[in-house]
Design a protein around this ligand. Structure first.
Ligand code: PLP
Length: 219
């Protein structure tokens, strides 16, 4: 029952405003069910097909979050059930989510992923791209997506000052955008922080943390 213990020891120490996403990628359903039985209802996956398989087999009161990079041609496989897409990092992808959501007669909540890390390899938008999406009339007319916040990943480093600096940068973009709310853009979620850096992320203002290895063990 280590999974349940790990989960509860994290969850019981979180501030009230912080939501925990249990990142279960690569883990078998039996592991996820241990977390489920301990009360967890939000799971994060980074591969659409794997998430779809788990969704089919697991209880239907689970909220499935897509936390990984999403290929446009795969959106259709999750559009019927995904509850939040964290990694929307292009206008093209947002348009496809809107299209597939419409086909399923749904409104899909999305976070825009911002590039805050030093590494070139991490996906995400810069501020200019973010502003141009939100300002466009095409976005304003989209009826089947709702931007509910931002997501970001800090550089993978032991340098705590750098991690905090990157999270603070994301938090200030998030704060600035609060004034620009529209019908399909209502920022309430700031998804930042993983097993190694969720504590500084929360200090800086994260409202959603994505924790994998500290709950389920190393992958
Ligand atoms: C895998 C993953 C996590 C969880 O990472 P851990 O270090 O295992 O907590 C969080 N966010 C994203 C985007 C991931 O891909």
């Amino acid at each position: 029952m280590l999974i349940a213990e790990n989960l509860l020891s994290i969850k019981n120490n979180l501030p009230e405003q912080v939501t925990l996403v249990a990142v279960s990628k690569t883990k078998p359903i039996s592991d996820l069910m241990q977390a489920y039985d301990a009360g967890q209802r939000i799971f994060g996956e980074n591969k659409i097909q794997e998430m779809e398989g788990k969704w089919e087999q697991m209880p239907k009161d689970i909220q499935w979050h897509m936390i990984g990079h999403v290929q446009t041609n795969k959106v259709k496989f999750m559009a019927a059930f995904v509850s939040l897409i964290h990694g929307v990092d292009s206008f093209k992808l947002l348009k496809e989510v809107n299209k597939q959501a419409l086909k399923n007669n749904r409104i899909i909540d999305c976070l825009l992923q911002m590039h805050i890390a030093e590494e070139e390899t991490k996906f995400g938008l810069d501020e200019e791209e973010l502003n141009s999406i939100l300002a466009s009339s095409e976005f304003k007319e989209m009826k089947n997506v709702r931007i509910t916040g931002l997501m970001g990943m800090a550089t993978f480093t032991d340098n705590q000052d750098q991690v905090k600096k990157e999270f603070s940068q994301l938090k200030s973009i998030f704060d600035e955008l609060q004034s620009q709310e529209t019908e399909n853009c209502q920022l309430k979620t700031l998804s930042m922080g993983m097993s190694g850096d969720y504590k500084p992320a929360i200090e800086i203002g994260s409202t959603m943390i994505r924790i994998g290895s500290s709950i389920f063990g190393a992958r």
